[in-house]
Ligand binder design. Sequence first.
Ligand code: MG
Length: 259
Amino acid sequence: MRVSYHVAIHMIELKTAKELERMAKACQISAIALQEAGKSIEPGMSTKELDHIIEKKIRSFGAKPNFLGYGGFPGSACISLNDTVIHGIPSRDIIIRDGDIVSVDTGAFYDDFNGDNAYTFAVGEISAEAKALLDATNESLYEGIKAVKPGARIGDIGFAVQSYVEARGYAVVRKFVGHGVGRHLHEAPDVPNFGKSGHGVRLVAGMTIAIEPMINIKGEDVRTLKDGWTVKTVSGSLSAHFEHTVAVTDRGAVILTRA
Ligand code: MG
């Protein structure tokens, strides 16, 4: 979850093997919190209740929810229903219903490092249309991850995601992109979900990036609500979001956000 920008202000920070081990812990906690959200989610629950469950899980490891207070964000997780793409603010007034798709984005800060991951859960019986979107978006994340290897470029990741979902008729959100992650939640480089093979920053071992396709059934355009956070599709169509934090190693990508 990061607004796209085109100036490389920050250096890309490479992590040592020792640092990757520490970061893997923060990522594991993020993944466990996300898994907990998936087990807990049920119709009738408010997104605020779900947020409390996630926060409690993260803190049970002595970690901190890294989204809480980030840029003033008021929740521990971003919880985004149906046509909400990302950055849904947990609220007592937003009730999860049977048939909803619920994107949950969780992150933990632990031992100086950040983890970041997301999954879009199906609540009860969802439509065939929604199911197909979830499957394609989740698959596109793994297509992106497969493109990660030393010597490949950032554009190879975006190309892999984009071609997978566009072949199925879906639209890639362009206004928000993935990002480097490490000591900071958002680091260089940007990791767009669209691009050209062979273009962009070259991947080298020690880089850690969050790959996070945000895919709409109809139209790439999104709008941010007056609350300053909630991002919805302009068309009103459903949107899905899946994310892993991965490390670039000599053997290719290693997914760090594993429960
Ligand atoms: Mg992210």
